[in-house]
Design a protein around this ligand. Structure first.
Ligand SMILES: [Zn+2]
Length: 244
């Protein structure tokens, strides 16, 4: 595990100071840009994503939503966060885009200290009560993500299948164990690449999550709306992290 001290980058400080109160307009004209080495700027000049973090509102609970973590996932996930409206209570911080270079899994111990460093900076600074990652997957990988033997094969619990191809799981142990207290709510959504239905349902879940005030409130919501998946997720979590 990386024990290197995490310092707030200049870019991160800059984004804190550029607080904005509403909507996606705030993203236009961002001064942030990607290092040229990634090459995605040349590939997709019109869709080129911004890299900054935005913070809406203030106080508790603090929510941090992150998308576009690696590879080409930003194509399916970044738009959600760029268009999200501020929450009615507490703080909503969003990082719509992290990296579009070579795909490095968040299960790789070097992810969060490398290309995901801006996520760690944000977590250390904001100490979020609710942390959400948005990922996307190709349908041929469904079994790898949600198959029963994921724990044996990959060492982390399988995702639960929610609805419309959207999967729900915890976030990488590399970030969960070291940077969050037990009572934090840390979730990872995987939506099916290119699926409109998957997108719609994810947008619905984000609308719910941005108004959720605690982990327990979310557990109650899940027990009511998705009882089977809630049971599995809670059992997996207990097995992997101990009592909640
Ligand atoms: Zn991913």
């Amino acid at each position: 595990m990386n024990t290197e001290r995490i310092e707030s980058s200049e870019a991160f400080k800059g984004s804190i100071s550029s607080r904005s109160s509403r909507g996606s307009e705030a993203f236009r004209g961002s001064e942030h840009s990607l290092p040229a080495k990634h090459g995605c700027k040349e590939l997709l000049p019109d869709l080129y994503p911004d890299t900054g973090m935005k913070i809406y509102g203030s106080g508790k609970p603090v929510r941090l939503f992150v998308a576009g973590l690696h590879g080409n996932e930003w194509k399916d996930t970044t738009g959600f966060l760029k268009s999200i409206e501020p929450s009615k209570t507490g703080t909503l911080a969003i990082i719509p885009f992290v990296d579009c270079g070579k795909y490095i899994s968040t299960l790789n111990p070097g992810y969060y200290s490398g290309i995901g460093k801006k996520i760690l900076n944000a977590i250390e600074e904001l100490k979020p009560d609710i942390y959400i990652e948005l990922h996307s997957y190709s349908s041929e990988n469904l079994d790898k993500l949600a198959g029963k033997n994921r724990l044996e094969l990959i060492g982390v619990p399988a995702y639960s299948i929610l609805k419309k191809g959207v999967l729900l799981g915890s976030v990488s142990p590399w970030v969960r164990r070291k940077y969050f207290p037990k009572e934090a709510l840390c979730l990872s959504f995987e939506l099916q690449k290119g699926s409109v239905e998957s997108r719609k349902f994810t947008a619905h879940m984000l609308e719910i999550l941005k108004e959720i005030r605690s982990r327990d409130e979310f557990i109650d919501y899940m027990k009511k709306e998705f009882p089977v998946q809630a049971k599995k997720a809670i059992e997996d979590y207990r097995r992997f992290y101990g009592e909640i």
